[in-house]
Design a protein. Structure first.
Length: 36
């Protein structure tokens, strides 16, 4: 449940965006913030 993980990270860092959704593949944790 990625939504819950993102929410927990955003409680700490409002600009958190390091979990990418890869269509047809799954999710990827990026070392660099993902541009929205």
């Amino acid at each position: 449940h990625i939504k819950r993980l993102r929410k927990k990270f955003r409680e700490i860092d409002k600009e958190f965006s390091r979990i990418e959704t890869l269509y047809g593949v799954g999710y990827k944790y990026s070392d660099l913030p993902v541009a929205a």
